[in-house]
Design a binder for this molecule. Structure first.
Ligand code: GLA
Length: 379
């Protein structure tokens, strides 16, 4: 009897131990963290590699809350990195193309680099002709964020926070910003932005990844088939500032309601294409609440598909027209003309100066929330 009892209790203990040792394997393992060097100001930067159970990976650095790499399979299951970027921190610190960066406080342009809010005029740096672009001289993509891993049932999740001081880059109000990146087993990168302010301000946050779904930065992106759920776009002037008009895409090279190759009409003789030097415009997404389909992009040779859903009302589709081969990317690659395209989910450019556009004003006590999901599939 005694022997039986002790065998029984040993078995119980073994079962309990087995259960315990299983536990860590059931929840997502912690995010692989590596050093990403020191900034020129002496701050440590890190690289966080989020991996899902399929082996697909997203690498993010706390420098600029930047997406450095997204490694996803083609239709044969072969993993490749589908975003442009640099090998080292220095590239991100000195680069001028915003590769993978979190853009703020105001993504895209503000005309004349000024806006008025509550009767006061705010002056911003003119870093794009007469206009302000992507947050100014030192936007959110050029500062070091504070990173924390966050437990999530959906997959590995990284939270990054940054406090932009009142007056930073000319914007009013201390703005506390938080972004949560979650990498799921369905190869979805969920990006959730949160912010609050202590003074009325303007906010427009986005991510500036350049995609090349072929996974080969030497190839241009003109063969990618793009579909945009957008009946209108916002035409621009020669400084890429919206005129204020919402124009129907019907009958123009801006109609992507059915899939069209990026290169098909990019050289058409069209005033807006000339002003944009190709596609570099804001599309007005079909209205709807919550996360709605914005873009669906297919790379026919590899079968990789990117589907973007967002809570934002617009998307800037930019065909990499300013890439000129001068910058050196990952593995010594040349970042040549139109080798990456951006899909920046956003409020419309220059909204602070257009009362007819959805408002980008954030008041004290209000919560800024925005969400975009990038889903990678194959067909
Ligand atoms: C945005 C702009 C482009 C260009 C790139 C960065 O997408 O709309 O005009 O400035 O950023 O090079």
């Amino acid at each position: 009897m005694k022997i039986h009892q002790s065998i029984f209790s040993i078995m119980l203990a073994l079962t309990a131990m087995a259960a315990l040792s299983w536990e860590p394997a059931m929840s997502a393992p912690s995010i692989l963290t590596k050093s990403f060097g020191k900034t020129s100001e002496g701050s440590d930067a890190h690289l966080y590699v989020l991996q899902n159970t399929k082996g697909a990976k997203v690498s993010i650095t706390d420098f600029g809350a930047t997406i450095v790499a997204i490694e996803v399979p083609d239709r044969e299951g072969k993993l490749a990195d589908v975003v442009l970027g640099y090998d080292s921190l220095k590239g991100y610190e000195t680069g001028t193309s915003y590769f993978g960066g979190l853009i703020g406080r105001y993504g895209n342009r503000i005309g004349g680099a000024k806006f008025a809010l509550d009767g006061q005029t705010y002056l911003l740096a003119k870093n794009d002709g007469q206009n302000s672009l992507h947050g100014g001289k030192r936007g959110f993509n050029k500062v070091v964020w504070t990173a924390h891993e966050r437990p999530s049932k959906e997959g590995q999740a990284l939270e990054l926070t940054y406090v932009s001081k009142d007056g930073e880059e000319g914007y009013p109000g201390n703005l506390s910003v938080r972004v949560l990146y979650t990498w799921t087993d369905r190869n979805e990168l969920r990006v959730q932005y949160f912010a609050h302010t202590d003074k009325a301000t303007v906010v427009n946050l986005t991510n500036h990844s350049y995609f090349n779904l072929a996974g080969d930065p030497q190839k241009n992106i003109l063969g990618h088939m793009v579909r945009l759920e957008a009946p209108q776009f916002t035409p621009v002037d020669n400084g890429l500032i919206p005129t204020g008009e919402l124009r129907n895409v019907e009958g123009t090279p801006f109609d992507f309601r059915k899939p069209v190759a990026i290169g098909k009409r990019i050289a058409d003789s069209d005033e807006q294409l000339k002003l944009g030097k190709g596609y570099d415009h804001n599309w007005v997404l079909a209205s709807g609440a919550g996360l709605k389909l914005a873009a669906h992009v297919v790379e026919p040779a590899t079968g990789r598909v990117l589907e973007i859903r967002t809570t934002e009302p617009g998307i800037q589709f930019y065909s990499g027209n300013f890439l000129d081969g001068k910058a050196v990317g990952k593995n010594g690659s040349v970042l040549a003309y139109r080798t990456g395209f951006c899909m920046e989910t956003q409020h419309f450019p220059d909204s602070p100066n257009h009362a007819n556009f959805p408002s980008t004003t954030l008041q004290p006590g209000e919560n800024y929330r925005s969400q975009t999901v990038y889903r990678f599939e194959t067909e």
